[in-house]
Write a protein that binds this ligand. Structure first.
Ligand SMILES: Cc1cc2nc3c(=O)[nH]c(=O)nc-3n(C[C@H](O)[C@H](O)[C@H](O)COP(=O)(O)OP(=O)(O)OC[C@H]3O[C@@H](n4cnc5c(N)ncnc54)[C@H](O)[C@@H]3O)c2cc1C
Length: 387
């Protein structure tokens, strides 16, 4: 019987598997396709993961900019991850891999049994649900229309991407709201001579249809002078932003399944990579006290009082963003990207930085013009059809 059985071999599951194995726990990762390539293009702020090994980084653009109504050169580095390098790094420890689809878990006093879709059963002292948005062992995917971030992207040769603005091969465009529509341009050099250009709807309930974003992206490329059938490799993004808040479960949820998605930005990867060693340490420390104690210890390590409070503030941020009209968003992001980098970092990445998050939000409020101020408090009714 394994000490730890992790259902889900995405980046979060593997980050925790690595950390558990390093703590001396016998660890198994269970996934329906454990060797399938990770296809998402992952970006993180470099200050979120200092000391990341070079082989995990595909591109570190020397310049990162953002546009509200005007250009802001950002004082933080943005990295594009190399998914093969990330996987090699996370899977280097001794971990057993099982191919299979978890469908149910039966917790007991001395361990838990996971039933697979094919009827097989696997026992472990502690079970982790790292199955992503499906949360297969910790309550299932949330029901009903959700707040979602959606995007549609194409991977262009750099020479083609240059038409959207000079320096495409060495500049990351974190967001570009110019043009007044409900979505923005996200643009990343991928480190291999190609550039991802993505039309992104930041937050909307339900998510803006991806086909609509594809249409908007093609129109943007056509307006920039690109011609043809746009048959470059594509990326489709759908991220639930309002997954359920942390609750009691009989297993240890981790990654997206644990609600680690930033409600206002959709990011979760850096948080999962950062938190894995802490959660593994808490689990290893409680092992002698039995499975329920391990689950409690992991939950305590993930959801400190500061993390819960910041989560609530970020949720408020999500609702405020969703209520804004497109022109208000451009003005809002002009204000946001004028904040000092430390304040920007606190809001986007300070998962437990309660004073920093609150101070960043207060500063935005103080500097906002009157109409936007009312919006930031949530007192002004939401604009219809934003997104
Ligand atoms: C196209 C795209 C781009 C993104 N870009 C970013 C980004 O730049 N930065 C960022 O922070 N986030 C990004 N995200 C959000 C992204 O979901 C997460 O960052 C990341 O993939 C979550 O990792 P995870 O391991 O928690 O979940 P997932 O990556 O969803 O992994 C879940 C794993 O569980 C497995 N699984 C599912 N069901 C079962 C089952 N029944 N039994 C066993 N295993 C199961 C799946 O096969 C999968 O391997 C992006 C998302 C998308 C779709």
């Amino acid at each position: 019987m394994a000490d730890v059985l992790i259902a889900g071999g995405g980046p979060a599951g593997w980050a925790l598997a690595r950390a558990c194995a390093r703590r001396g726990l016998e660890t198994t990762v269970l996934d329906p396709a454990p060797h399938r390539r990770w296809r998402n293009t992952y970006g993180v702020w470099s200050d979120e993961l200092p000391g990341l090994p070079g082989e995990v980084i595909a591109a570190a653009p020397p310049v990162t900019v953002a546009f509200g109504t005007r250009e802001h050169r950002l004082g933080r580095g943005y990295l594009v991850l190399d998914n093969a390098g990330l996987r090699d790094w996370l899977t280097a420890e001794r971990v057993r891999v099982v191919t299979g689809q978890a469908s149910a878990v039966e917790p007991g006093r001395h361990g838990a049994t996971v039933t697979l879709a094919d009827g097989h059963r696997l026992a472990a002292a502690v079970v982790v649900d790292a199955s992503g948005p499906g949360r297969v062992l910790s309550g299932g995917a949330p029901r009903g229309p959700r707040f979602e971030q959606t995007a549609y992207g194409l991977v262009l040769p750099a020479a083609e991407a240059e038409r959207l603005g000079p320096g495409a091969a060495e500049t990351a465009v974190f967001m570009d709201w110019r043009g007044g529509g409900p979505s923005f341009r996200y643009q990343l050099p991928l480190g291999d001579g190609s550039v991802l250009v993505e039309e992104t709807s930041l937050a909307r309930r339900p998510g803006r249809p991806i086909e609509e974003l594809a249409h908007r992206l093609r129109a943007r490329l056509t307006a920039a002078g690109l011609r043809g059938r746009f048959s470059w490799p594509e990326e489709r993004v759908r991220i639930t932003l309002d997954g359920p808040p942390p609750g009691r479960t009989a297993v240890v949820p981790f990654g997206v399944a644990a609600g680690l998605v930033h409600p206002a930005t959709g990011y979760s990867l850096a948080a999962s990579l950062r938190l894995a060693p802490r959660v593994a340490a808490a689990m290893a420390g409680a092992f002698e006290a039995g499975p329920p104690a391990v689950v409690r210890a992991a939950s305590k390590a993930l959801w400190t009082p500061e993390a819960r409070a910041v989560f609530s503030l970020r949720r408020h941020g999500l609702h405020v963003l969703c209520g804004m009209a497109p022109d208000e968003r451009a003005a809002f992001f002009d204000l946001f990207f004028t904040l000092p980098p430390a304040a920007q970092r606190a809001f986007t990445s300070g998962r437990e930085d309660l004073p920093g998050t609150a101070a960043a939000m207060a500063k935005l409020f103080r500097t906002a013009p009157r109409g936007l101020r009312a919006r930031l408090t949530g007192l002004r009714p939401a604009h219809n059809g934003s997104g």
